[in-house]
Design a protein around this ligand. Sequence first.
Ligand SMILES: Cc1cc2nc3c(=O)[nH]c(=O)nc-3n(C[C@H](O)[C@H](O)[C@H](O)COP(=O)(O)OP(=O)(O)OC[C@H]3O[C@@H](n4cnc5c(N)ncnc54)[C@H](O)[C@@H]3O)c2cc1C
Ligand code: FES
Length: 475
Amino acid sequence: MRLTEHPILEFQRGKKITFSFDGREIEAYEGETIAAALHAAGIRILSRTKSGRARGLFCAIGKCSSCLVTVDGIPNVKACVTLVREGMDVRSQRGPGQIDPHFRPRTAGPPLEQEAEVAIVGAGPAGLSAAKTLLEHGIRPLLFDENPHPGGQLIKQTHKFFGSRAERAGTRGVAIAQELIAEVRGEVELFSGSQVLGIYEDEGRVLAVSQGGRLLLIRARYLVVATGAEERFLLFPGNDLPGVYGAGAIQTLMNVYGIKPGERALMVGAGNVGLIVAYQLLQAGVEVVALVEAAPTIGGYHVHAAKIRRLGVPILTRHTVARALGEERVEGAVIARVDERFQPLPGTEEELSVDLICLAVGLTPSTRLSEVAGAKVAYVPELGGRVPLHDETMETTVPGLYVAGDCAGIGEASTAMLEGRIAALSALERLGRKLRDERQAAQRELGELRSGPFGERPRRGKEKLLSLMKEVALG
Ligand SMILES: Cc1cc2nc3c(=O)[nH]c(=O)nc-3n(C[C@H](O)[C@H](O)[C@H](O)COP(=O)(O)OP(=O)(O)OC[C@H]3O[C@@H](n4cnc5c(N)ncnc54)[C@H](O)[C@@H]3O)c2cc1C
Ligand code: FES
């Protein structure tokens, strides 16, 4: 169902169009993804595994491959990041998609080649801040993002941000995204809906980019990878049913496309993301039946917890989701108390009538691209998992390859913007600009941001990384 009213957002929908899904005519609006339009039409099953298990949306940002469909004869297209077009023929798949032997693709021609001093992957706060810094110093970077709309995680954050005043705390995430985009619009060459597939060396650094069926080959001297994070999964029976979503997917459906994701929700995880998304579900008219948290205490800010409690949502600590119920999609959930080892306690189970289960159990850095480029990574739990080694200038073990934001360790938008700025200043120094003082000032600001109690964990994580980086430098 499409939302028409929302306490904060106004949904500007594009021209009405139609496309078909497995032969059924579906109404959609230009600017929506295939997955969003299908959800609005009440369709949750996008494809099936080889053995016939139903598959639906999970991450909604192109990171998990749970939404693969065949579009106009081309298999394995991600429905969550592909925009609908008038007359498009979309088909569900069973297992890995097959190309019809009679299928003749529209020829895309030879790869398009382009050169740049600096290329940036990811147009979230880190990538946009890097782009802005480069522009301030006369460099026009190429900026790639696989999602159809730039802004990264910010485009779905309706709450006023915590963090640093200097980095726009107190402003809603959606508004920060608009400000950041406006600062670079028209100046930076932005390629939306363009996934960077790989980075390799061929007489210099080359990025292979897939854009609407075309291959772009980009030669760039310096590269800032700002690919963000992906959602963690949780093990429980039925966790693959359509109707089990990552918190970010729920936000994308509700806050980007104005689509109500369900009627009755179970939220799993009482960190800030779980608490905030539970509130946003209530704002979209979804009943949040309960919020379960395996730890003995709430992890997020108590102000967010108090808000949803006031609206009647029970927050059950020392509880988890034991299983999802349903054959083809979520029709209920069983929750249970857990012991000290987070195992469900027999006899404490309770059945809830819900049609959606939202997992907000943490994020892990998206390191694939930097790893493909040869950057060394290390497992640092304080930073969310595997992280590319990097120094204070954000340079990885691959010279000229910088990382910034959540892909360099899970943090916040404020720290992502500062890291993007530092990475860009470091690349500019390599290009001969005298910017050491400016870079060091940004590094000090970042240190101050992480000096509070909530910055302690990432601060420890970054210290570990720096010492690992020094070991690598010493050989
Ligand atoms: C519910 C919630 C609430 C939050 N609240 C706050 C808050 O109040 N204050 C705060 O400071 N922070 C908050 N955050 C955190 C903040 O949103 C993130 O830390 C920040 O967005 C990270 O920025 P980023 O640029 O590193 O990554 P992202 O914002 O994730 O952007 C990464 C971009 O890279 C693109 N990308 C990835 N891979 C590729 C590829 N191969 N090719 C092309 N493009 C690619 C993605 O499409 C995406 O647009 C919140 C997060 C959530 C989920
Ligand atoms: S890749 Fe589309 S839902 Fe994850």
